[in-house]
Design a protein. Sequence first.
Length: 273
Amino acid sequence: MLRQRLITAGILGPLVLGGIWLMPSAIFTIAIAIVGLAAALELTELAQFRHPIRRAMYLCSLILGMLVLCQFTACAMAYWLQAAATMWWLVVTLALITRRRTIAPSQYACWWTLIGGGVILLTAWFSMMHIYHHHPNGAALTMFLFILTWMADSAAFFVGKHWKGKLLSPVVSPKKTWAGVFGAMAGASLCGVGLWLSGWLPVNLALSILLCILVALLSVGGDLWESLIKRRTGAKDSGELLPGHGGVLDRVDSMLASAPAFAFGINTLEMSL
């Protein structure tokens, strides 16, 4: 499993990062939209929403949502949407960490998964597009967002696997530990130093590290949220497309929270300068 995970990451990482730099902006926007729709398709499977016409209608509604949101990436609404999403992820992360009630499959899980998951996917896509298209260093910061999220996720995985210790959220995700969270924070701190040295965001070292740590902590919430969905629907993985990683949703769950949080963070810091 670990070998497959490393091979898959070794192939996908350079492809994604290279695509950010080399793809025309319109093609990159479409490519990220396709990834989001692939994750949405896995949501329909988790929700047992398997009728082809219903699936097509669900995906079309998300495409329509993306087209509508494209009209607002350059206005003040983008900032407040990112702020709302960040606050929502903060509440969700704290709620899932402190949850002690047993999670049982629910008859309402399918609609909760489809509606909530659709909104979350749209918000993450919108936030990433806002960074990419409306920031002077958009491509660089988008690439950095991927690196930060992957670094936090990988550090949490390896540190948690090696040190184990107290469980983070035993009801939602029995394998995640506080050691993994501290590992994610350490990895994010290194990314913060890199962001400061790059000069892509004109802030001091302390703020750069703080931003990266906060984004990494909320990315844990995205991971826990997907674990909650899988427990509600009785699934182990969202799919089998990526060897060692499960499905697309398993790979982008942390990004669903980190994208709006990072966008909100950099916009807030720049407004305060």
